[in-house]
Design a binder for this molecule. Sequence first.
Ligand code: FUB
Length: 307
Amino acid sequence: IAIAFNTSIAKSQEKIIVSTGNPIITDKYTADPAALVYKDSVYLYTGHDVPKAPKNSYEMHEWLVYSSADMVNWKEHKSPLDVKAFNWAKDDAWASQVIERDGKFYWYVAITHGTIHGKSIGIAVSDSPTGPFKDALGKALITNDMTTDVKISWDDIDPSVIIDDDGQAYLFWGNQKCRYVKLKKNMIEMDGPIVTLDLKEFTEAPWIHKRKDWYYLSYASQFPEKIVYAMSKKVTGPWEYKGILNEIAGNSNTNHQAIINFKGKDYFVYHNGAINNDGGSFRRSVCIDYLYYNKDGTMKRVVMTTE
Ligand code: FUB
């Protein structure tokens, strides 16, 4: 992606950002990207790292949305969702993904539960990809007490959703262990047991996508994190490990990816800590690079660029 510098022009509550390089957004810290291709636009959903967070940990209270028809000119929309939308939750607007079904947009988010110890997964819904979004369920879909084999409180994070060709939807998520569960057609209820996958050196950040007749499960591995991936002929596996897709992202212990095809090109969307000599593991920034597939369906390693 060509880059020289990024400019932004404020217009009421929306802002146009002309992104000519990585990171693509430089006036805010953006993390944990998810991307949705809908009609002729890409919608980019991110977390928002608070600048100069007083603690050496994540401080995130809202999610952001940007849209683009060309991957260069981005419109920043007014934040359509923050933690207060979930009245059963406490705080922490961690990683998320939006998916469309039958004209409705479902936003799966990781968030700290108010009364059940640990992180949980909630869902917001809207008639538009840019909101307004409201709590779809009035409670969490996944809570920490449903997955007691992992003893940390943040193992139920990083939701990623796919609707398979037969219409069956699956929610993947996890830290330390990757899980999935079928979703009902209404997208807000589970439709079967939680299944735990055995993935090599899985840390977190699963992203599930399909291309031709291959399913891809990419995820953050080890710590500091690299993005690796596995492939399968079925969405439920078995998964064959295929190695590193993206090395440790500059100056950030975490990496977190989305993979999309838009107008005939494949993109790898991720974050690093490279902004303005001031970024880092808790002040991250979204980047985009091209992604290339080999003839056998495997993905070429993505090398982080500044352009
Ligand atoms: O942003 C908070 C957490 O950091 C995410 O949930 C993880 O994927 C990591 O990026």
